[in-house]
Design a binder for this molecule. Structure first.
Ligand code: ADP
Length: 267
């Protein structure tokens, strides 16, 4: 899976990452969907263990261009998990109260507690992405945020949080197809907004902002993965596998009961 990892300190060039790659699972879509069912079961098992043990905290960050597939990833990769232990935190345009605080204030509050997996649907990275592209603050302000973000994520990992960050990599052509289907399919009309076209016109500026953010903030303690995401089934398989590998590496075990239970009889 390290093939999709952004090595810390590397000179990442997103143009060189193929959003159609399927080299890790050279199988058909149908086979891919079946394999995901098995991975879903494994995820369910590991998440139950995480919840029961109540020791580890897991933070998953999802970022993507519009239509990149954040919602679909959450739906498919976490299908079947116990909703008690998994939360989704979506970050929208900040409210006046949020804007009256520093940009990490609203984020820190939603990080996982022991036993939880929290999925960030957008995140603090918006503060070096949309904020930069739309010049919502001057460069001298957003450019020092990389350093804050590295320090913030170090704090979280030092205090026992495991962090995985996924950039869902689609190309401009794929975005066009997905926007078009939102226009054509009445059941998808609700997902379309005219604003999406304005954002699409800023594609290159967003790509530069992503490239810098990924270069600056992929660390050994909170790595970024660039996930080929033109094929939804492949994207789901890769993300699911990376998360499962990470959960397994935590070597979790069910907690032992406090007393010996051998002498108990239930009438
Ligand atoms: P999504 O596209 O994630 O499904 P929305 O359509 O509600 O959800 O979009 C959320 C919007 O909030 C996005 O346009 C995103 O750029 C914006 N946003 C998120 N965080 C910030 C931020 N810190 N500053 C400005 N805009 C933000």
């Amino acid at each position: 899976m390290d093939q999709y990892l952004v090595p810390p300190g590397s000179d990442l060039n997103l143009n060189q990452w193929d959003p159609n790659d399927k080299s890790l699972f050279p199988i058909s879509k149908k086979e891919g969907k079946l394999l995901l069912k098995d991975l879903n079961k494994e995820m369910e098992r590991l998440q139950e263990l995480l919840f029961a043990q109540g020791k580890h905290k897991v933070l998953i960050v999802l970022q993507a261009m519009d239509t990149g597939g954040k919602d679909g990833t959450i739906r498919h990769v976490f299908e079947g998990v116990n909703p008690q232990g998994v939360k989704v935190a979506s970050f929208k345009v900040p409210t006046p109260v949020e804007l009256a605080h520093d940009y990490l204030w609203r984020v820190h509050k939603r990080t996982p507690a022991k036993g939880e997996i929290v999925i960030f649907n957008r995140s603090h990275y918006e503060d070096v992405l949309v904020v930069r592209v739309h010049k919502l603050v001057p460069e001298e302000i957003w450019s020092r945020r990389y350093q804050h973000i590295r320090a913030f994520e170090k704090l979280l990992t030092d205090e026992g949080t495991t962090i995985l960050k996924f950039y869902l990599h689609i190309d401009r052509e794929e975005q066009k197809k997905r926007l078009q289907s939102r226009l054509d399919d009445p059941q998808k009309n609700w997902k379309f907004s005219r604003g999406d076209l304005k954002e699409r016109a800023l594609w290159d500026r967003y790509q530069s902002a992503y490239q810098d953010a990924l270069r600056e903030t992929s660390t050994d303690y909170a790595p970024w993965y660039v996930i080929p995401a033109n094929r939804k089934w492949y994207r789901n398989l890769v993300i699911s596998t990376i998360i499962i590998d990470k959960l397994k590496s935590l070597q979790m075990a069910f907690p032992k009961s406090e007393d010996s239970l051998e002498d108990i009889t239930i009438e």
